[in-house]
Ligand binder design. Sequence first.
Ligand SMILES: C[S@@+](CC[C@H](N)C(=O)[O-])C[C@H]1O[C@@H](n2cnc3c(N)ncnc32)[C@H](O)[C@@H]1O
Length: 294
Amino acid sequence: MSQYKTPLRYPGGKQRLWQFIHEILTANDLVAADYVEPFAGGAGVAMELLLRGRVRRVHLNDSCVGVYAFWHSLLNEPERFCRAVSRASLNIETWRHQQEIFRNRVSADRFDLGFAMFYLNRCNRSGILNGGVIGGLDQTGEWKMDARFARNELISRIEAIAARKSDIKIRNWDAERFITQYVPRLPEKTLVYCDPPYFRKADRLYPNHYKPEDHQRIAEIIQGNIEHHWIVSYDSCIEIQAFYEGRTSFEYLLQYNAAKAYKGAELFIFSDQTRVPSRSSLRTIDTALVASGF
Ligand SMILES: C[S@@+](CC[C@H](N)C(=O)[O-])C[C@H]1O[C@@H](n2cnc3c(N)ncnc32)[C@H](O)[C@@H]1O
């Protein structure tokens, strides 16, 4: 398993970029500040920064009820969650049961839904919740469904995060409401990192995604409402570049690993008052990305 701190494997997860975000915090005198993810998902960067002592508090939000149920259950019932991880049967019958809970997520019990989300995230290919199980239903693939379910390591991650419960705030709002109603109440020293669903092919990756007009609207809301330092990341495409025209941005190449590895360009966009680390440090991060094998 990787050395990262989030228990989730998230399609498009950004944990490998935590050092870059830390450079931005440093360049903008925001070390030990508050840190926000309106589209938290696996909250990979947030967990790295918090558990490594680089920010003092994290504010997470995700409109997906399964993602929220996961974080809520982990933070509020960590012992029960760890017991469930330790006892979970890794077989197709249980996988189908967890899939059923996730399918009926609107009416599901919150703990059961949080665990189902986690189970599917760890047992499905690339962590895609609506995707297929690793190894296939007949479990004849090279990798089986337990390939990413290292129980002791996952329990350690859950315990480490739960120990910081008082520094982790979590909401289940639409990002628009979160940005306009929650973020303005945060201290001046705050960094907001928005990682919306990808512009292309997001319907394959997440239960909750955006249409092109939603991407445009959230771009207007981010640029028109957030007075703190902010960063946005996206799969690079001309539509997104147009929505953020005039802002500082840069693009880098990286390897994704959703379903099968392929290369794509990722776009980072910065608010006007945010100082961006020098080109040389950006190159260092590119190299680290390639070295991590994604
Ligand atoms: C690209 S993923 C975030 C990945 C995250 N940065 C990580 O490292 O794990 C986008 C997330 O946005 C969430 N999302 C989609 N539409 C949303 C909305 N309207 N409001 C809030 N969250 C939303 C999805 O559920 C998904 O978890």
